[in-house]
Design a protein around this ligand. Structure first.
Ligand code: FAD
Length: 478
């Protein structure tokens, strides 16, 4: 009798989940034998990620999550788990070949605190649903550019976005978390300040699954935001002479955040700024109205640094602005990303960016996130574990292509991404640490990112809460 190849490859692991299904009859466990249903659930937002878990387990509430984690960790042999929330890790670290994938996307409760200063979100909440919910209460918070990115993955790995100038990174706004450790027991950071420090930047699976995250929220401010497009040739005046000068002489307003992307049209390379000005009572002694006036004036000065090809800046809200970006956000693309952190857009870096635009007409792009370090100055270095400090930029040099692209086209995008990355890596602006969520795993090194003291503290917490390394794809690697 011919042996069934699927049963041969997976029978041991699948059988190991039979008792879990009996323990939680209503728990969704999908194995490879479910065919198309499994394939659809398995799809990664970056289709170059090909790993296939032997099962995809989708709890719908915290008690189920705890049962799954406890069951898998105490099985003989233990069943390793990867964690997937929004599924946007570009290097696919939510999945490993042959282990079980824990899909937390259905834990999507959102609760406001009684004083409206914090929101508690489930592990599966994404940026768009959080902003929509907060908007109902005239509140808001920082998120990433893309509506579909998971808030836990974003904030607990760092978290850059258009509010980072005034409000800091996502990690700066984490005020608490509840984790399910391998024993299945919930742990709250309110009982361990060091765990809170760790979760603010190194929280992606090392200490347990975050079942709930508490984020600081703010009354929805008056805000100017939109996209401004310039030809890339203006990078010299905008980045080199404008932003670089303001950063180095300390005149860059904290209300401003300008993250940008270098992309191409079929004819020419362009630079698209996600431009934002937030009026904030903590920053604006002269009040909201005057702040907005200063924002419009700053925008005029900013635009005068180059030739504006398109400008959509208007008075808006965080939610509306993120929604306006939806058509431009690639939630599924073949991608090869390299990433580094630099201290400044120095003339040397600007020169490299200008001379190495993405191949014309390709979907490839350089994504650039910016942190001014305002919030970090207020909070102090002991506040968060996220290691990239002071004013800095994160560059994500991303070769991209589509289904059916030729090998030659794919090769050109990957070569371009590697070449630009190598050139940036030789500049004096390069920082030792990087944004682990963006950087290729082979470029990540805990010791050079977190230094000896940080690694020792994080390692001790991991030994306390997750000694069995129940989530082997967790990062930073400790
Ligand atoms: C299109 C796109 C746009 C992006 N935009 C931005 C941006 O504007 N700013 C920015 O800073 N970053 C951005 N990122 C990067 C993104 O923030 C990170 O990759 C983030 O980790 C994604 O979280 P996720 O839940 O969507 O992804 P997932 O792949 O589901 O998770 C990412 C990692 O977090 C871990 N994880 C997820 N949930 C939990 C949990 N509950 N407990 C413990 N560990 C968990 C996973 O195991 C995995 O290792 C973007 C990425 C993409 C693809």
């Amino acid at each position: 009798m011919a042996s069934d190849p699927i049963a041969t490859a997976f029978s041991i692991d699948v059988r190991s989940l039979v008792d879990l299904q009996a323990l939680c009859p209503e728990l969704q466990i999908i194995t490879v034998s479910a065919g198309e249903r499994y394939d659809a659930l398995c799809k990664s937002s970056n289709p170059t990620v090909k790993a296939r878990p032997f099962a995809i387990i989708t709890p719908t509430h915290e008690a189920q999550l705890a049962t799954v984690v406890r069951y898998c960790s105490s099985a003989t042999p233990p069943i390793p788990l990867t964690i997937r929330s929004g599924g946007h890790d570009i290097h696919g670290r939510h999945v490993l070949e042959g282990v079980a994938l824990l899909d937390v996307s259905k834990l999507n409760n959102i609760r406001l605190s009684a004083d409206s200063k914090a929101v508690t979100i489930g592990a599966g909440v994404k940026g768009a649903s959080l902003l929509r919910a907060l908007d109902l209460f005239s509140l808001t918070t920082g998120t990433g550019w893309c509506h579909d990115v998971g808030m836990v993955g974003w904030a607990c790995g760092g978290g850059y976005g258009v509010a980072s100038g005034p409000w800091g990174l996502g990690a700066d706004n984490v005020v608490g978390a509840r984790l399910i450790t391998p024993s299945g027991i919930p742990v709250d950071t309110d009982n361990d300040p060091e765990l809170l420090w760790a979760v603010r930047g190194a929280g992606l699976g090392n200490f347990g699954v975050i079942s709930e995250l508490r984020l600081r929220v703010r009354p929805r401010p008056r805000q100017l935001a939109g996209m401004i497009t310039f030809p890339l040739q203006d990078a010299k005046t905008i980045l080199g002479e404008g932003l670089y000068r303001m950063s180095t002489d300390g005149t860059l307003p904290p209300n401003y955040t300008g993250e940008f992307m270098i992309a191409t049209t079929p004819e020419a390379p362009i630079m698209i700024f996600l431009w934002s000005w937030i009026a904030d009572p903590e920053l604006d002694a002269d009040g909201e109205e005057e702040s907005i006036k200063r924002g419009w004036q700053f925008l005029q000065n900013f635009k005068s640094l180059g030739t504006v090809l398109a400008d959509t800046v208007e008075e808006t809200t965080m939610r509306k602005f993120q929604e306006s970006l939806k058509p431009y956000m690639t939630t599924s693309a073949y991608a090869h990303m390299n990433s580094s952190a630099i201290s400044q857009l120095s003339p040397e870096v600007v020169d490299i960016l200008m001379k190495n635009s993405p191949p014309l007409g390709s979907p490839s792009a350089i994504v650039c996130h910016h942190s001014h370090g305002q919030t970090e100055k207020r909070n102090g270095p002991k506040y968060r574990s996220y290691p990239v400090r002071g004013e800095h930029y994160i560059l994500g040099v991303t070769g991209m292509w589509n289904e059916g692209s030729t090998q030659a086209f794919v090769g050109e995008q990957v070569h371009w991404a590697n070449t630009v990355h190598e050139a940036i890596s030789k500049t004096t602006a390069l920082l030792e640490s990087r944004y682990w969520s963006f950087a290729r795993p082979e470029h990540c090194n805990s010791l050079s990112f977190f230094e000896e003291e940080g690694v020792a503290k994080l390692g001790a917490l991991k030994r306390r809460y997750n000694p069995s390394n129940a989530f082997p794809a967790a990062f930073p690697v400790l």
